[in-house]
Design a protein. Structure first.
Length: 114
C-alpha cells in the first residue's frame, strides 16, 4: 500500500511539474540550469533541500549502478518497471524541486552584503 502511494505521489509530482510549464512556470532550461546553483546553496546550508537532494542523488546512483542490473537479469520486465518508476520519480522530483528552488531564489535568498 505504501509503495502504491509513493508511486502515485511521484506520478502526481511529475504531472504537476510538467503542466506548470504550460501555465507560465519556469522553462525546462531554467530548471536544469538552476540545478548547480541549488546544489551549491544546499551544500552551503543556505537552501533547505538537503534531504531531497540526497534522495535525488541516491535515485540517480541506483539507476546507473551495476547493482540495479540484478533485477533485470532475473526478472526482466519487473526490473525495467522499477527503473521506469525510479526515473519517473526522479524527473518529477527534479522538476518540482528546481521550481521550488527558483521560487526561493526569487523571494527568500539571502542578500550578500559586500
Amino acid at each position: 500500500m505504501a509503495k502504491t502511494l509513493k508511486r502515485a505521489a511521484a506520478f502526481t509530482a511529475l504531472g504537476k511539474a510538467l503542466m506548470s510549464g504550460a501555465r507560465g512556470g519556469p522553462s525546462l532550461s531554467k530548471r536544469l540550469s538552476a540545478l548547480p546553483r541549488m546544489l551549491k546553496a544546499t551544500a552551503k546550508g543556505e537552501y533547505d533541500g538537503g534531504m531531497r537532494v540526497a534522495l535525488m542523488a541516491a535515485a540517480t546512483a541506483y539507476v546507473v549502478s551495476p547493482i540495479d542490473a540484478v533485477p533485470e537479469a532475473f526478472l526482466w520486465v519487473f526490473g525495467l518497471i522499477d527503473d521506469a518508476v525510479m526515473v519517473t520519480w526522479l524527473a518529477g522530483t527534479v522538476l518540482s524541486e528546481t521550481e521550488r528552488f527558483l521560487e526561493w531564489e526569487r523571494t527568500v535568498k539571502p542578500v550578500v552584503v559586500r
